[in-house]
Design a protein around this ligand. Structure first.
Ligand code: ZN
Length: 176
């Protein structure tokens, strides 16, 4: 008997074939390397898809996604440092979003031992009326403090750190 999981995999395989067909003319242009100018740190939320939001394609965006778009994890920071130091990206956008489930979970779960939820909760005092905004503001402040190379790149003018808010209800990105 076929499980639901198998059906899901079959659907993915079919969609991958469609993708291969749709993009077949541009794969060869990007095999040897990548040179995106923009990195995006955003939430893992299935409704927040940077490549769709910014109408982008293969090779355009270097994207790191983690629930709550936080930069506490050293591998998240290392990934962004790779983009800054090796790909020489010029813009790093921290993209928060309205109705963030991770922020909601942090609001509803007091005394949690979860690294994710505690990290988000630590921002709430910055804006008690808008915790999504508070989390984004705190991450913008903390990222350069957590990464010397990102801090240096901002200081020497080679990197711009930008915060933006994605609005789920209409797809609008508000640059802050
Ligand atoms: Zn989220």
């Amino acid at each position: 008997m076929q499980t639901q999981t198998d059906e899901l995999i079959e659907q993915l395989q079919e969609k991958n074939k469609q993708y291969q067909q749709e993009y077949k003319d541009i794969f060869a242009q990007h095999v040897e390397g990548q040179s995106p100018k923009i990195a995006v740190l955003t939430c893992a939320d299935s409704r927040v898809i940077p490549e769709l939001i910014f109408n982008s394609s293969v090779g355009d965006l270097f994207v790191v996604r983690i629930a709550g778009n936080i930069s506490i994890d050293e591998t998240v920071i290392a990934s962004l440092e790779y983009a800054v130091n090796h790909l020489n990206i010029s813009h790093l956008i921290i993209l928060g979003h309205t109705h963030c489930g991770a922020v909601k979970a942090a609001e509803e779960t007091q005394g949690s031992e979860s690294l994710l939820l505690k990290e988000i909760q630590d921002s709430f005092c910055l804006d008690e009326s808008n915790h999504v905004n508070a989390n984004l503001t705190r991450q913008h402040t903390l990222l350069p403090k957590r990464s010397k190379s990102i801090q240096d790149a901002i200081a020497n003018g080679s990197l711009k750190l930008i915060s933006a808010m994605y609005h789920l209800d209409d797809g609008h990105v508000e640059f802050l």
